[in-house]
Design a protein around this ligand. Structure first.
Ligand code: ADP
Ligand code: ADP
Ligand code: ZN
Length: 222
């Protein structure tokens, strides 16, 4: 099962991807997480990406596409993958199509997670994640069950993203509107696009996604 997760920053893509990863035995590929790892390692890619990420601007397609191309050929993607935060531009989507064609694979579904802009700022302001396993939490809507302890891996180490501040969020939303939203008509013409109401509580969003996924599974088995 190969899934593309579309939706604005803070919509809940990472949260839902982590769950799908476990449920379907497929790999979550977050280009944002990959870039943050490059920045942390102070690699050539990291050095080029950092200023753009801090400004809420997109990293050049060429860097992202080559990073993704090697990632989807790793063994953990054999059963499938969830693309979280990629593609973000029509050029990236076209590059992905070419890549998948060469590899003899295809996208089964695009999940479009819809959330009102007002709610996004609040979600992003309260976001933090586990430094060890990457699980995403929220001060208000998705707190830790036990204080200072990750529900998933028990770690006591948490991080907040440098780009989760008001100015950067505004630029990220602009980039989303101008460069990523045009992907919807692109995919509407090519694959099944399932619209998910991301305003609902996390468990309800999960239930909507599961319903959409079983429909896709029925189609792909036919
Ligand atoms: P969010 O999940 O909040 O939308 P991400 O973690 O996906 O944020 O992305 C963080 C930053 O990393 C983006 O603002 C952008 O600078 C960069 N980035 C991530 N994925 C891509 C991509 N596919 N193309 C270009 N830039 C990207
Ligand atoms: P994205 O990967 O799309 O940028 P995240 O999965 O990191 O988004 O979620 C953004 C923030 O919103 C996190 O703090 C997360 O815990 C919280 N969140 C995720 N889904 C929901 C939801 N359905 N309702 C309320 N808060 C949510
Ligand atoms: Zn953890």
């Amino acid at each position: 099962m190969n899934i593309i997760f579309l939706g604005p920053p803070g919509a809940g893509k990472g949260t839902q991807s982590k769950r799908l990863e476990a449920q379907y035995g497929i790999a979550q590929i977050s280009t944002g997480d990959m870039l943050r790892a490059e920045v942390k390692a102070d690699s050539a890619i990291g050095r080029e990406a950092k200023a753009l990420m801090d400004a809420g601007k997109l990293v050049p397609d060429a860097i992202i596409v080559s990073m993704l191309e090697s990632r989807i050929q790793k063994p953990d993607c054999a059963k499938g993958f969830i693309l979280d935060g990629f593609p973000r531009t029509v050029a990236q989507a076209e590059a992905l199509d070419g890549m998948l064609k060469r590899l003899g694979r295809k996208i089964d579904v695009v999940l479009m997670l819809q959330v009102d802009e007002d709610a996004l700022a609040e979600r992003i302001a309260g976001r933090f994640s586990c430094a060890k396993c990457g699980a995403s939490y929220n001060d208000v809507s998705n707190p830790l069950k036990v204080e200072n302890t990750c529900d998933h891996c028990g770690s006591h180490d948490f991080v907040r993203r440098a780009d989760d501040n008001r100015d950067t969020v505004a630029s990220r939303l602009t980039a989303y509107r101008n460069e990523t939203l045009p992907l919807l008509p692109y995919y509407e013409d090519r694959v099944t696009v399932a619209y998910i109401n991301g305003m609902a509580p996390i468990e309800e969003v999960s239930a909507q996604i599961d319903a959409a996924m079983s429909e896709v599974e029925q189609i792909t088995q036919k």
